[in-house]
Design a protein around this ligand. Structure first.
Ligand code: SF4
Length: 360
């Protein structure tokens, strides 16, 4: 990995964390995913040490053959037997109703039981332990939830939040999704929150729905969960596969015209790089926020066959980094470390430093 970092002129951390996400982790726990914080110690992590940024967070598939391991006796993370850092808060990565990001400044709401949403070939919800059956989908249940939140964190209102994100499985239709978003905005406003309402999904599609969100939910942001450019009928679940790339472009364009923060999500590792490059070039004029690019994490041997043949080599990801850095260099869009723990970038984007909170 050191050689790869030197060859591409990037910090060792960027190669190491990428490899960790691609490989998963071996740990003696009976679950399919784990999450934990790690404080880097190994002298290879020079850039982290220089910056005084040694705390990271990961959510990873449990993979028995991985060279990355958690030693549960010593609470350490190791690679090839060498100690890398101290592990804290190791836990089953359950699918939760709500969870924080950005050091608690962002509240993610999974109001519609994402763990019940299945069907996309690359998705890991099927393998996660559900802990998202608490109902926060109605106004009264959401208010009860927020009341408990205020008590738990000993705060008087939610004005301290920077973003509320509705990140959930499919609602089953646009109307239900739209009603939910409007309701969330209304309830959070009553609790002093006037910041961005961020929707991550693929069910808000019509101009009418977007215009209603403009009237009733601003400031609003949308990330269309696009995931892939090709094989959409094969890889995506029933109610998602009818959303074509052309349709996504139309939604992005309308969203941009309405002044929303607009982007899409993509899973890197499923398609040839020519497809990725061409797809991103076409999407670039239709977004104003850096796309959420997750690297593909297979959770089972069966899912491994989805990984594109070239994507077994770290060079695939290095090439993608380079052309995406070139493509976005003339824009002000950059990856945000706090919103993506399985990213393509960690400490640098081209020659620029990426800074900010990296733990929930
Ligand atoms: S829509 Fe697909 S990717 Fe999203 S939670 Fe459901 S199965 Fe997973």
């Amino acid at each position: 990995m050191q050689q790869v970092a030197e060859k591409y002129g990037i910090p060792f951390e960027d190669v190491f964390f990428l490899d960790l996400n691609l490989s998963g982790i071996k740990v003696d726990m009976r679950c399919s995913r784990v999450r934990f914080q790690v404080t880097q110690q190994n002298p290879y992590f020079v850039t982290s040490m220089e910056r005084g940024e040694s705390d990271y967070f990961f959510g990873l598939p449990v993979r028995p053959k991985s060279q990355h391991r958690v030693d549960m006796v010593n609470n350490t993370m190791t690679f090839g037997g060498e100690t890398i850092g101290i592990v804290r808060d190791l836990a089953n990565d359950t699918c939760d109703t709500t969870y924080p990001r950005k050091g608690g400044a962002v509240m993610n709401l999974n109001a519609n039981s994402k763990s019940s949403c299945h069907g996309c070939a690359f998705c890991h919800t099927l393998k996660q332990t559900p802990k998202d059956r608490e109902d926060v989908s109605t106004e009264s249940s959401l208010r009860n939830f927020i009341d408990r939140w205020l008590q738990k964190y000993n705060v008087s209102d939610l004005s301290y939040l920077e973003q509320v994100a509705v990140v959930t499985g499919c609602f089953g239709g646009e109307k239900k999704t739209l009603d939910h978003l409007i309701m969330v905005r209304k309830v959070f406003k009553d609790y002093g929150y006037e910041g961005e309402l961020f929707y991550f999904g693929s069910e808000i599609r019509s101009d009418d729905a977007l215009m209603k969100l403009k009237r009733e939910a601003e400031p609003f942001a949308i990330c269309i969960s696009m995931e892939c450019f090709t094989n959409r009928e094969r890889w995506l679940r029933d109610i998602k596969r009818d959303l074509t790339i052309n349709e996504i472009k139309r939604i992005l364009k309308t969203s941009l015209d309405l002044g929303f923060n607009t982007n899409f999500s993509y899973i890197l590792g499923l398609e040839p790089l020519e497809v990725v490059k061409k797809g991103f070039e076409e999407m670039l004029p239709l977004i104003n926020r850096f796309p959420v690019i997750n690297v593909f994490q297979p959770h089972t041997d069966g899912q491994e066959i989805l990984r594109y043949k070239d994507a077994w080599d770290i060079g695939y990801y290095m090439k993608a980094r380079k052309f995406l850095e070139d493509m976005f260099s003339g824009t002000n869009m950059r990856p945000r470390p706090w919103e993506n723990y399985r990213a393509l970038w960690y400490l640098t984007f081209g020659k620029e430093k990426l800074n900010g909170t990296r733990t929930p």
